[in-house]
Design a protein around this ligand. Structure first.
Ligand code: HEM
Length: 172
């Protein structure tokens, strides 16, 4: 590891020292962080996968029900974004509780890469969904294909993130 990165790690360890001490000496703080992380994962991931499943089935539905599915997708975004933000913040608290261990953990960095992919895919999905709401005409078939592909990617990424998190948890 280069000199710059070891200085950065040392700074991060120093910066998070009081949080690490509080976290490791207080069962209620640890329980709150783990509980918040797992519950927000359940809400964000559960809602996302349920709606991904709806989008995948929408090809067989009438245009009116497809429109309803698009409206549902639009409405559920805010709840998913709030739950995901709580998940990311509690994840950060988890990370800060033991920087030295996580920063050199391969499963941790695989998980971060998967989360970046999940966020990128969410942006593509939101843009496609917007296209479908404003234009139900000529480009709609291609947009439905694109949004179905995004839904498959989204569901697979959620499952992969939870799996890698379990590996991370057991590999400490
Ligand atoms: C989509 C976002 C995320 C999901 C679905 C997710 C899911 C999970 C799950 C299910 C666990 C296992 C909890 C346990 O074993 O008690 C976990 C643990 C963990 N997560 Fe996340 N997480 C996410 C985001 C993050 C982020 C952004 C970070 C860091 C910045 C993070 C850091 C951690 C750490 C450090 C652990 C603890 C592993 C251990 O027990 O040592 N997570 N996560």
């Amino acid at each position: 590891m280069g000199l710059d990165s070891s200085v950065l790690i040392r700074d991060l360890v120093g910066l998070t020292a009081s949080w690490r001490s509080l976290y490791s000496h207080s069962a209620s703080v640890e329980t709150s962080v783990v509980g918040t992380h797992v519950l927000s994962t359940l809400v964000a991931g559960g809602l996302a996968i349920a709606h991904d499943r709806g989008t995948l089935r929408a090809g067989r539905w009438t245009p009116a029900i497809q429109e309803h599915q698009l409206a549902e997708l639009h409405m559920v975004h805010r709840t998913i974004v709030v739950a995901l933000a709580i998940c990311l913040l509690s994840g950060l608290a988890f990370f800060a509780s033991d920087v030295k261990t996580y920063i050199v953990s391969v499963p941790f960095w695989i998980k971060m890469a998967l989360i970046a992919m999940l966020l990128g895919n969410a942006l593509i999905m939101t843009a496609t969904e917007r296209d479908l709401r404003v234009d139900a005409g000529a480009g709609a078939a291609a947009a439905w294909t694109r949004i179905r592909a995004s839904s498959i990617v989204s569901a697979l990424l959620w499952l992969a993130i939870v799996f890698v998190s379990v590996v991370l948890s057991l590999s400490k």
